[in-house]
Ligand binder design. Structure first.
Ligand code: SF4
Ligand code: SF4
Length: 305
């Protein structure tokens, strides 16, 4: 297939991507390159993987934002550069319309786990992926079966009981990441609010406890002073008041559309409450005096708690 051969040759010349094949034989234990974006290509698809180190944020006054989101920003821009390189040589590619996880499993690139994530060696589940296709129309794929057998660790550790015995039984509406994609924490029970804790965007508990990820989880990092200053709950809450500040300070992490300031704000408030509402009363009062109607509404709801 002509496009495939051409794309393969172009990818080899790009300095900002590394062949996934170069990782052959490297185990998760040995893997240590969290900076590169790796590509894999077959006659139908091009896969771009960006592995990342998980974060550990144990201090509740720091808002936890999973490093997945920052990694995804990098991956997105690399994907755009790859597309431009193809366009320059008239190689036509299309967005992959199939569910990425199902496709990777059906292609035997990864295995589906009970927590509905896909494990890809040597990244574990700590990676983001983008897929391009040589075909505009893509054939459907069969449903995947998960591989977890004698293990129930993620079921036991998930703070909201989202994970079931089978991936099919996963209760997405119980997952913190699902809540973060839409439902405000003001509408969840006190118990669930405590489970959300300081998680502003992301929850990686089921990944960190997974024995298959052991070697990558051991490389998890405690965020540095810059992160702590940026995601300090008060700083974060104040930045959420202005779209401009939010974009300037967090654009490289969230992207410009991924999360709206008001949505982030609702999770910051939740984290503040969990860390001690009184401690933050002053800032809550300040925010309350602001003009943003949605923020005011959220604060009024909080008053009722
Ligand atoms: S991301 Fe968090 S809430 Fe969602 S399934 Fe995993 S541990 Fe549970
Ligand atoms: S913790 Fe156990 S059950 Fe859960 S995804 Fe990992 S291997 Fe599977």
């Amino acid at each position: 297939m002509e496009e495939y051969e051409q794309a393969k040759n172009i990818l080899k010349t790009l300095s900002f991507v590394v062949s996934y094949e170069s990782l052959a034989g490297i185990s998760t234990e040995q893997f240590d390159d969290f900076e590169s974006v790796f590509y894999k290509i077959d006659e139908e698809y091009i896969y771009l993987f960006k592995p990342y180190r998980p974060l550990l944020v144990e201090n509740s006054s720091i808002g936890f934002v999973d490093s997945y989101y920052a990694a995804y920003q990098t991956l997105y821009s690399v994907k755009e550069r790859v597309k431009s390189a193809f366009a320059e040589k008239n190689v036509q590619v299309y967005p992959c319309l199939l569910p990425y996880k199902g496709l990777m499993v059906s292609k035997k690139i990864g295995s589906l786990l009970r927590n509905t994530l896909v494990f890809v060696k040597p990244f574990g589940t700590f990676f983001c992926v983008e897929i391009l296709s040589f075909r505009e129309k893509q054939e459907k794929i069969a449903a995947s079966e998960e591989v977890c057998e004698d293990c129930d660790k993620c079921i036991r550790f998930c703070p909201t009981g989202a994970i079931a015995q089978t991936a099919k039984g996963f209760r997405v509406e119980r997952c913190i990441r699902f809540w973060q994609n839409g439902i405000l924490p003001v509408s969840v029970s006190d118990e669930d609010r405590r489970a959300i804790g300081n998680k502003v965007l992301g929850c990686n508990i089921c990944q960190l406890v997974c024995p298959l990820n052991k070697n990558i989880s051991e490389k998890a990092i405690n965020p540095d002073a810059d992160y702590n200053a940026l995601f300090n709950l008060e700083t974060f809450a104040v930045n959420c008041m202005s779209k401009k500040e939010f974009k300037e300070n967090y654009g490289s992490v969230f992207g410009n559309n991924y999360i709206r300031p008001t949505r982030a704000f609702s999770f910051v408030l939740n984290a503040m409450i969990n860390d001690g509402k009184e401690k933050y009363q002053k800032i809550i009062d300040l925010l309350k005096s602001g003009q943003n109607e949605q923020i005011k509404k959220m604060l009024e709801e909080l008053e009722e708690i």
